[in-house]
Design a protein around this ligand. Structure first.
Ligand SMILES: Cc1ncc(COP(=O)(O)O)c(C=O)c1O
Length: 402
């Protein structure tokens, strides 16, 4: 006889309060539903994925194979192998005009892990962290996990979702410990112009708060926007943390390599934390990352040219749908159209729009509420032109129904 199923509640398990403060990534909810449809053989036009649809460049893969062949499969120093830290500092100096030393660098298990380590190393219970909205979903939850309080500053569609120093300054209080900037932004593709970024840095310096700059999409910029790091500004050292990732730039999401560039005492503290959690990032990935940092960068303009073509098509396609507005993103590989003009009794918010689009037209996208931006949806164009065209056709049909 089968044993009776005992229904266990959270009450039974008494999970730690710190994990109860956070939720599973909301972007996953729609994506899981899309996966279910795909597993039934349904043709889903999937705009959900936040990762390049290109393979990792050959020379990077070969470096990993060589590392395996050479048995580089043992523990490495916790903050990464010295040659990689050196290569990251040199790459960042060359590409983004900074001047960090290897002691100011550490390697983590992806950029998300870098952010986690930095926030957990700096934020005390009750500290405020200013986060511009629309925001990448993980920022508020990582802050909450650390016991901090996210303070949201809204940016606007009319201003291309750019964080303005004046708005930031209004949100700063004596409890503010950190400001997070993300340019180019996930989910909006918004890019903070360098002169505004300088003002943001000066606001942070004036109020003695940390500036965390997430540069994961630094090399995906369009039009007049160019790769830029706030660390290139004069007098930019001090309370600044640069977050980098190889995931997007080198199509290496699964390898899990990210890095921090920050003052040495913070790097030492983050290293202490990492020494008691993951230890070193995967050794083989680190050797592949050395090849990425030191090798040819030609895969980047190739990917960028393709993203630029898709961006044109998707922005034009969305704007052609009556009632939808869509700013032209200056970076990353997302568009963030406003769908609120289509709300009705059956579809009163963006979550309902995403749900019905998936059910009726098998189009997967992420509701803006997940990013603190009701009224919008996020679509990734890291998918083929054919799929973009198909998705746009389905969306046009969906939104023309009354
Ligand atoms: C804005 C932003 N920061 C950081 C990350 C983390 O990337 P990874 O952990 O793969 O380096 C992502 C991934 O989607 C992102 O969109």
């Amino acid at each position: 006889m089968e044993p009776a199923t005992v229904v266990k509640t959270e009450e039974t398990y008494r999970f730690a309060e710190r994990v109860n403060r956070i939720s599973a990534s909301p972007t996953m909810v729609v994506l899981q539903a899309a996966e279910q449809l795909k597993s039934k053989g349904i043709d889903v036009a999937d705009f959900g994925a936040g990762e390049p649809d290109f393979p990792t460049p050959e020379h990077i893969k070969r470096a990993a194979i060589q590392a395996l062949d050479e048995n580089r499969t043992k523990y490495t120093p916790v903050p990464g192998v010295p040659a990689l830290k050196q290569a990251i500092c040199a790459w960042h100096a060359r590409e983004l005009k900074s001047s960090f030393q290897p002691a100011e660098c550490m390697v983590n298990v992806g950029g998300k892990h870098t952010i986690f380590n930095a926030v957990c190393s700096l934020i005390n219970s009750g500290d405020e962290v200013v986060i511009p909205a629309p925001f990448w979903v993980s920022y508020p939850d990582i802050v909450k996990y650390a016991g901090g309080k996210p303070v949201i500053v809204n940016t606007t569609e009319a201003d291309n979702f750019v964080l303005r120093a004046a708005d930031l300054e209004k949100a700063i209080t004596p409890r503010t410990k950190m400001v997070i900037a993300n340019s180019p932004s996930n989910p909006t593709g918004g890019v903070i112009p360098p002169d505004e970024f300088e003002k943001i840095l000066r606001v942070c310096q004036r109020h003695d708060v940390w500036l965390m700059s997430d540069e994961c999409y630094s090399h995906f910029t369009y039009g007049s926007a160019k790769p830029f790091s706030v660390a290139s500004l004069p007098e930019s050292n001090g309370k600044m943390i640069i977050i980098g990732s190889l995931s997007k730039t080198f199509a290496m999401t699964g390898w899990r390599v990210g890095y921090a560039l920050a003052p040495q005492p913070l790097i030492a503290t983050m290293t202490k934390l990492q020494s008691q959690s993951t230890s070193n990032p995967t050794s083989i990935s680190q050797y592949a990352a050395i090849a990425a940092m030191k090798g040819p960068m030609d895969s980047v303009p190739t990917m960028l040219a393709e993203y630029a073509r898709r961006r044109e098509r998707i922005v034009a396609g969305l704007r052609a749908i009556p009632g939808i507005t869509c700013t032209a993103p200056n970076g990353a590989f997302y568009v963030f159209p406003n769908v609120s003009a289509h709300y009705n009794a059956e579809m009163p918010n963006d979550t309902a729009v995403a749900k019905l689009l998936l059910e009726r037209e098998h189009v997967a996208l992420v509701p803006g509420e997940a990013f603190g931006a009701p009224g919008f949806v996020r679509m990734s164009y890291a998918t083929s032109m054919d799929r973009i065209d198909e998705g746009l056709r389905r969306m046009a049909r969906f939104f023309s129904r009354k």
